[in-house]
Design a protein around this ligand. Structure first.
Ligand code: C2E
Ligand code: MG
Ligand code: MG
Ligand code: MG
Length: 277
């Protein structure tokens, strides 16, 4: 009897897995076509100095608008882009697009504003990853320190030495490095210490309840760790003024979140800069 029900389960899961696989392949095919047809957009979410309120930069975030006008969330398509290897060409496009935006901002008098881009593990594994990034800054004639790469701790799981070496090379060229979603991944403190970081991003999950009694201890600890490591600390996911006020008492340097602004297309970000400076 037990055997029978096990088999029943097996058939059930098997069908479900097949459906999932087919769905995945369909999505990947659609992503490949839509990327080729320029349906990916790079949007920008402002980052501000917490005390002065000055806009200091933006995080570049991918948006996929399908032919029927619907947006598909990066939380869904980024893992598929990574799995299929599409992230290598898409990531290249993202970096060039970000550099082009840095130049546009500079041409409009905002030469202090930096742009951060998220990078995935498969991108690091490409031989010419470092050269491609340097080339993009040269092609668009932007100062390398206006471009920041956001990496997560998980990037260190596979081949930590390769990642540390690539980042050190990029850092030597002047590119900035931020550690994203800090505290949510798995990584060894000994490798963390070797990373040539400029900024630490406190994950939204540590910010959500920060204004409630006794709930700020992790954010407090991460901010202090960042300061001790001489890093700029930015908190992400601020949605309420109480969270911002609390972050001030903890000595956080910078902020990003819906409370200030949601991600927006390049031209709207330029308008946002003009209105807020
Ligand atoms: P992330 O790098 O941690 O980006 C922050 C995410 O939090 C963004 O989601 C942003 O829209 C969202 N967010 C910002 N402020 C708030 C807030 O106040 N409340 C809430 N609830 N959310 C907020 P998004 O744009 O959906 O991106 C999700 C993830 O997809 C990113 O997380 C990043 O890991 C990945 N991603 C996005 N663009 C790229 C890209 O160009 N390349 C790569 N490799 N990954 C990307
Ligand atoms: Mg990020
Ligand atoms: Mg993040
Ligand atoms: Mg995240």
């Amino acid at each position: 009897l037990a055997k029978k029900s096990n088999q029943g389960h097996f058939v059930y899961y098997h069908q479900e897995m097949e459906e999932k696989t087919l769905w995945r392949l369909g999505m990947i095919r659609q992503l490949r076509t839509d990327f080729a047809e320029n349906r990916l957009e790079l949007w920008y979410q402002p980052q501000l100095n917490l005390l002065s309120g000055k806009v200091i930069g933006a995080e570049a975030l991918l948006r996929w608008r399908t032919a029927d006008g619907n947006f598909i969330s990066p939380a869904i398509f980024i893992p598929l882009a990574e799995y299929s290897g599409l992230i290598i060409d898409i990531g290249d496009w993202v970096i060039n697009q970000a550099c082009s935006t840095i130049k546009t901002l500079e041409n409009n008098g905002f030469s202090d504003v930096g742009i951060s881009v998220n990078v995935s593990i498969p991108q690091f594994k490409k031989d010419n990853f470092v050269e491609n990034i340097i080339q993009a800054t040269k092609k668009h004639q932007v100062a390398p320190n206006k471009l920041e790469l956001e990496i997560t701790e998980n990037i260190l799981m596979d081949e930590p030495q390769v990642v540390v070496d690539s980042l050190s090379e990029l850092k030597k060229e002047g590119i900035s490095i931020a550690l994203d979603d800090f505290g949510t991944g798995y990584s060894s403190m000994s490798y963390l210490q070797q990373l040539p970081l400029d900024r630490l991003k406190v994950d939204r999950s540590f910010i959500t309840h920060i204004a409630e009694p006794g709930k700020a201890v992790i954010a407090d600890t991460i901010i202090n760790l960042g300061k001790q490591m001489n890093l700029t600390v930015i908190a992400e996911g601020i949605e309420e003024i109480e969270q911002a006020e609390h972050l001030k008492t903890l000595g956080c340097d910078e902020v990003q979140g819906f409370f200030y602004a949601k991600p927006m297309p390049e031209d709207e970000f330029l308008d946002f800069l003009k209105k807020n400076s």
